[in-house]
Design a protein around this ligand. Sequence first.
Ligand code: AMP
Length: 453
Amino acid sequence: MPFAHAVFGFGHPYIESILLTSFTDLGLAEPILRAVTAEGYTNPTPIQAGVIPDMMAGRDIVGIAQTGTGKTAAFVLPILHKLHKLERPAPKTCAALILAPTRELAMQIADNVRSYSQFLGLSVTVVVGGVKPRAQIRALARGVDILVATPGRLEDHINTGALYIDKTNTVVLDEADQMMDLGFMPAIRRIMKQLPKARQTMLLSATMPKQIRALANDFLSNPSEISVAPQSRPIESIAQKVYFVGKQAKRQLLEELVLSPQIERTIIFTRTKHGANKVVINLEKRGLQAAAIHGNKSQNQRQKTLNAFRSGDLNILVATDIAARGIDIDDISHIINYELPNIPESYVHRIGRTARAGKSGVAISLMDGTERGFLRDIEKLTGITLERMESEYGKTYDASQEGKPANPRNFGNTFKKKPRRQGGRPGGQQGKPKAAQGRHGQKPKRRSNYKAA
Ligand code: AMP
C-alpha cells in the first residue's frame, strides 16, 4: 500500500514552514486552543504540525515518533476536535479508542486527554489490568467519549459484553512496536477486526519493524506517513558513559554513584523484576529510599510509586523496561543501567527518560563481562561510542577484550576492596554514615514507604 511520506527533523527543508505554523492556523476549536494555551504551549511541535492537519482532513496516519516529541497531543487534539460537536456515545460504546502498551502510559495519555479537553466536557475512561474491573464496567455502561486502554483488559470487557466497539470510528495504536514486543500483536489484530470498516486509524511507533508495517498495511487505508527525528538515535544532549565492572562490584559502584551529589533524580534499570527488587533492598540497606516498578507490582503500587517519583518525594526509582517508554517526568538527572538491556532499542528508550524538555542528562551503564555483546549491539544501533569510565570498583575498560567471550574469572573478585573512608566526606558530617547525612536537602528515611514486593 502506498504511503504519502513526509519526514520532519531539524535542518530539513520542511522545518522552516513548520516552525511558522501556530496552533490557531490548524483550525482547532476554540476550547481546545484555550486548553493548549493553558498548558503553556506556544507552537505545535513538528509531529503535531504534520499530523493534526491530516487527521483533521480525515486521513489515516502512520506516525514514526518517540515519546518526547509531543506525539500524544498530535493525536489527541484532532480527536477532541472531531468529537466535541458529536452527541454523547450510546451506553457500552466508546467514540474513540486509544490503545497503549502499558498501564502507566495509558494513564498518562488519559491525563493528557483530560488536560486538553478541560473546556469541552468530554468523558474519558481508562481500562487497564491490575485493578478490579467493576468501576471500569460502570463507566463503560454510561458510554464513553474517549477510552484509553491496554489490549488485555479491553478484550476482557469486549468478551463479557461490557463494551461494544463496532461503532467506534476513531482508533489510535500508540507505541505499536512496544505492544508487539509485549506480545500484544494477536490481541490487537483481533480488536481491529471488530472495529467498523469505516473508521479513522492512527498508528504510532518509535520504530517500524516488518510486523508493524504489515499491521499498517492490513488495517490502515492509504495512510499519510509522518516521521520525526531519526529512528533509534538517542538524544544528543545525553552524556553516555559505561563502567566495565565485575558482577560482584556492581552493587558497590551503584551505591557510590547514587550517593554522589550530582545525581538528583535517577531511574535505575534492571533486566528482571527480581533484579529490581534486589537493587531496592540493597539500597535500603544503605539507608537510601528507593522503590521499584515492574510487572509484578499491583497497579496501585505502581501508580503510588510513580506519583512519589513525579512529585519528588522519591528520588530513586528502580524499574524494568516496562518503565522505559512513554513515562514523561521532568528533571531526571541520571539514568543508570544496572544491567544493560538485551534488546538495544530498549537502551534508547531507557535513556530517553532523561534530558527531557530541552534539558541535558547523563546515562551511566554498568557492564559486566557477560554483557559485552549487549554493549556492542547498543553502539551499533545508536552509532555512538559510550565514554569508558574508570572506578576503583571497576576495571579500566579494556578495548582489546571487546568481542572476546566473557571470562568470569576476570570479574568480580579481583577488584581492590575500597578502603573505608576516614572521617567522612569533605564537608560532610563526621562520623555518620554517608546515607544518614541526607541528600538533596531531604531528611533521609531509613526505609522506603513503598517497599518492594
Ligand atoms: P509526548 O511526546 O506526547 O510524551 O510529549 C512530551 C512532552 O511535550 C509532554 O510533557 C508535553 O506536555 C509536551 N508538549 C507537547 N506538545 C507541546 C508543544 N506544542 N509545546 C511544548 N510542549 C509540548
